[in-house]
Design a protein around this ligand. Structure first.
Ligand code: ADP
Ligand code: MG
Ligand code: MG
Length: 905
């Protein structure tokens, strides 16, 4: 709980902060301070810290010192500006802006023009020499304040505004004159009084204090909470509040407001990217109320401001050494910077920008690795639309967030969520989205809007979520009430009809368009040369970043693969061996019958015969595998799952037996099988007869597998190959189990070596996947040359739940209640399972310093977990072939973090 001490400072002037104080000042406040200190034109102001917010959230009231501190900073601001907040003849106006460490939808919308009142509106008009402007500012204040601070339904104001336009026969707000706006102010005030039971507050300081408190309260709004859960942002950070003196973009055509990126957030290309709107204030530019112009047009509208803006953008890029996004306002030809931050970008742009910045000499390779993530790489490996497919083009919008999405058209969030819950893939189609659509966006494959640009809500949020999005497809007329969309030529798409949207080109198609692999996958497959001059720009960037990662990483990356085909692909994707070859798949299909015979065997002869029949088949599996992984280690796990998994289903079998009985057909075998199935049936198979336990009670089973491995290795060696097999014993809980299996295995290996005249160099090790194994790892290492952490089973046994049972039943509830930030099966639970891994690694190495350590659970391909395995000093991670590039990248990032690369996000 945050302590309030007398020394604690709750308010910082913009001149006092800097960009590294995001925890305290929030992202917006820290960057406003940074820009101020860079000498950029930022309207003066101050920031109330997240600490103040935390006190408020914990205790229900603002810290006592806050009021005085705010007064002191306000006075200083007033002095500097030469006018007092809300002063009747010349009012100082401010904006009250939320700003947490991470930008977050659902936080309180900014309220502009605070300080205006019935008393000061005339003063503002006189000072600006523009009565219309003053009334426009006042109506905006009441509208924003009414909605966000007082909780009045925003529609009521929108409707009144629309009505005023209709009455006058005009279409945009700029066509309303001072008298119209004055009437609207009266309307709005009446609405506030009616809806809230109190008059719109006329006291400037009260307006400000209420807005500050509303910002604090918005931290715990539903939308903010949902977003934090989604993004794994801790719930106790709190938000800062920025008080910023107003500058006015609504002072006429020589004024305006805009947003910009220092380079294209979709491709990374340098250029002029942004939107500008004349005679407008605040969010007008992204709200789609009037048509914006491309930023490049500003050069024509106001050459001097444009030039200054370009200059500032360069300053910011060089200073932040990254793509920045910017909000600015021009007040009668004077440019003001209102916000900047390191901008969001698409996955493809992240890779391109990282390499561009290296080329510009702004960052080094270690830093470049911190500018991309494994999750982004994974995104680039998604398939895209087949260019050769026959398509039915409906229209075209702005390519806002890449990917190829196909689904049924839905026109509201509720339907999107409902349909997706029942397993449908949906595309959410809206005129434009707002924060209320968040649930629907999450539930959809992709998002399509008919209005708004690259910086619209839909675009920004979709990019953040890694969702495909096409926005601003203006030729598509979206009618959410009638749940349909009309394309040029009168083609109507009703709710439920399949559409395909391409977030990389902005194209919208009717029906399902087939997809093809991404160029990045083609590159990993070795079908595209990333180093070639004429290679695809994205492929080139990925190739370079992967080269940085491979050059610096300590962790090796292996694959989980159990056939030659997967092994070969894994190798193309950069695997340095196989970390887990499961052998259970080798007992299925037509071989199942032999396993049945093994299980049913009454005496030794029968069993030996069954094993003998299996041996050559097993051996040939391994020969192929060792060939595909020639020269690299292949860890083969001896049979792990409960035997009954290889037997027929108990119900099916019972039916067969009953039928045969009824028909008086011979069913001797079925009956025996049924008895065996009954005998082997387990209540908790996961905790039953499996792994090393099987090897110890079914004589000859493990020996046969070891022999197959040894003979295969010998065959490869004699054929001139270079096999490196490692034999892995699963589910060991105590060193005695391992010792017994080891003795038998060593005997078999010696026999094979002697018979074939080879030295196989086979190693024997174990999985660490039971808490007892982890706790006695020091002893187990006596009998093991390597450990491979089976983090799936270890997670199950440490938590005492089985994945299949719990994921569907209570995991969502646990995630919603925040008990898990993320499923422990997805990302390793560092505190619990992780601390066992760490301790076992240490104890194992204490016994045997050259003990090889790896992990073969699915965590091996999970970005966060890879960082953990790097930290605890494992030698390798192993994951499914498709995740290998992600693991390589993350292993490189983890290593670079230690070498001066900073975690910039
Ligand atoms: P958000 O977090 O949604 O970006 P902001 O606090 O940046 O909200 O403000 C919303 C809009 O109001 C932005 O367009 C911003 O540039 C504008 N704005 C904020 N403060 C001021 C100010 N003091 N003067 C003029 N415009 C402002
Ligand atoms: Mg902003
Ligand atoms: Mg296991």
């Amino acid at each position: 709980m945050p302590e309030t001490t007398s020394q604690q400072k709750f308010v910082y002037d913009f001149t006092e902060g800097n960009k590294d104080l995001k925890d305290l000042l929030g992202g917006k406040g820290a960057n406003l301070a940074e820009m101020t200190n860079l000498g950029l034109p930022v309207p003066p102001g101050f920031t109330i810290t997240t600490e103040a917010c935390k006190v408020y959230l914990d205790s229900g009231s603002e810290p006592t010192a806050l009021r005085d501190e705010v007064s002191a900073h306000l006075e200083a601001l007033e002095k500097r500006m030469g006018k007092k907040l809300g002063q009747a003849d010349d009012p100082l106006l401010v904006s009250v802006r939320s700003g947490a460490k991470f930008s977050m939808p659902g936080m309180m919308d900014t309220v502009l023009n605070i300080g205006l009142s019935d008393a000061s509106v005339a003063g503002l008009a006189a000072q600006a020499g523009d009565e219309r402007f003053a009334w426009d500012s006042y109506r905006r204040l009441i509208q924003m304040f009414g909605k966000t601070v007082l909780g009045v339904d925003g529609e009521l104001f929108e409707e009144a505004l629309d009505e005023a336009k209709r009455a006058k026969g005009v279409t945009t707000d700029v066509d309303l004159d001072a008298a119209d706006l004055k009437r609207l102010v009266e309307d709005f005030k009446a609405t506030v009084a009616k809806e809230t039971g109190r008059d719109f507050p006329q006291e400037p300081r009260e307006q400000m204090d209420l807005a500050i408190r509303a910002v604090f309260d918005s931290w715990n709004g539903d939308r903010a909470k949902l977003y934090r859960r989604q993004e794994r942002i801790p719930g106790d950070l709190g938000t800062a509040v920025n008080i910023c003196s107003m500058v006015f973009g609504n002072l006429g055509p020589d004024s305006g407001t805009g947003v910009a990126f220092t380079r294209d957030p979709a491709s990374g290309h340098q250029g002029v990217y942004g939107d500008y709107l004349q005679n407008a204030q605040g969010e007008d530019v992204v709200a789609g109320i009037r048509n914006t112009v491309p930023l490049a047009d500003l050069e024509r509208i106001d050459k001097a401001s444009y030039a200054q803006l370009m200059q500032i953008m360069e300053t910011l890029e060089t200073h932040y050494k990254d793509l920045c996004d910017i909000e600015f306002t021009i007040e009668r030809g004077k440019l003001w910077m209102l916000q900047t931050r390191v901008g969001k970008r698409t996955a493809g742009a992240a890779f391109r920008i990282a390499t561009q910045l290296v080329d510009q000499g702004l960052i080094d390779e270690a830093e470049a690795l911190q500018r991309v993530t494994g999750a982004q790489l994974a995104q680039l490996m998604f398939p895209r639309f087949d260019e050769k497919a026959k398509t039915d083009l409906l229209g075209r919008g702005i390519a806002a967030s890449p990917g190829a999405a196909v689904g049924k058209a839905v026109f509201d969030s509720y339907t999107a969520v409902k349909w997706s819950r029942s397993g449908e893939k949906v595309i959410l189609i809206r005129r434009e989205t707002n924060p209320d659509d968040l649930d629907g966006m999450i539930a959809s494959e992709g998002i399509l809007t008919s209005r708004g640009g690259k910086t619209s809500h839909a675009a920004v949020v979709a990019r953040g979520m890694g969702k495909t999005c096409v926005c601003g497809a203006e030729e598509l007329e979206v009618d959410t009430k009638r749940r349909r969309m009309t394309a040029p030529g009168g083609i109507v798409i009703e709710e439920g009809e399949v559409v395909s949207i391409d977030g990389s080109t902005g194209k919208v198609y009717r029906g399902e368009v087939p997809v093809v692999p991404s160029p990045v996958v083609e590159y990993f497959e070795g079908r595209a040369d990333g180093a070639a001059e004429d290679a695809d720009e994205l492929v080139k960037a990925v190739h370079r970043v992967m080269t940085y990662a491979d050059g610096g990483r300590r962790l090796q990356v292996r694959a989980n693969a159990d056939n030659a085909e997967d092994a070969a692909r894994a190798r193309r994707f950069g695997a340095q061996g196989i970390g887990l070859c499961r052998t259970e798949h080798m007992f299925l299909g037509e071989r199942r019958e032999m396993v049945e015979r093994l299980i049913l065997a009454d005496h030794e002869d029968e069993r030996d015969e069954a094993l003998k029949a299996l041996l050559p088949l097993q051996k040939s599996d391994f020969v192929e595998l060792f060939e595909a992984m020639d020269g690299l280690p292949v860890t083969v796990r001896l049979l792990d799952p409960p035997l009954h998994e290889f037997l027929p289903d108990i119900t099916d079998l019972s039916v067969r037996v009953a039928l045969a009985e009824a028909r008086h057909e011979p069913h001797e075998n079925e009956l025996r099988l049924l008895q065996a199935v009954h005998k082997l049936h387990e209540q908790n198979p996961m905790l039953g007869l499996r792994g090393v336990r099987l090897g110890l009670v079914i004589p000859g089973l493990f020996a046969m597998q070891v022999r197959a491995i040894a003979e295969a290795a010998a065959e490869r060696r004699n054929a001139g190959g270079d096999p490196h097999a490692e034999i892995m014993i699963p589910l060991v809980g105590t060193v005695q189990e391992l010792e017994i299996v080891r003795e038998e295995a060593e005997r078999v290996i010696a026999e094979v070596e002697q018979a074939t005249g080879t030295d196989l160099g086979l190693t024997l090790g174990t999985m660490i996947e039971l808490p007892r194994a982890a706790l006695t790892a020091g002893q187990i290492a006596e009998a093991a040359e390597f450990f491979s952490f089976g983090t799936n089973d270890l997670t199950q046994t440490v938590w005492g739940f089985s994945r299949d049972d719990v994921e569907a039943s209570f995991f969502t509830a646990y995630l919603e209640k925040g008990i898990f930030g993320v499923s422990p099966f997805e990302t390793i639970d560092r505190d619990g399972v992780g601390s066992l891994v760490r301790a076992a690694a240490e104890a194992g190495r204490a016994t045997r310093p050259d003990l090889k350590l790896g992990v073969c659970g699915e965590h091996g391909g999970d970005p966060d977990s890879v960082h953990f395995f790097h930290e605890v000093g494992l030698d390798y991670v192993s994951c499914s072939p498709f995740r290998i590039p992600v693991a390589r990248l993350e292993a490189g990032r983890a290593a670079a973090l230690g070498k001066g690369g900073s975690d910039s996000r």
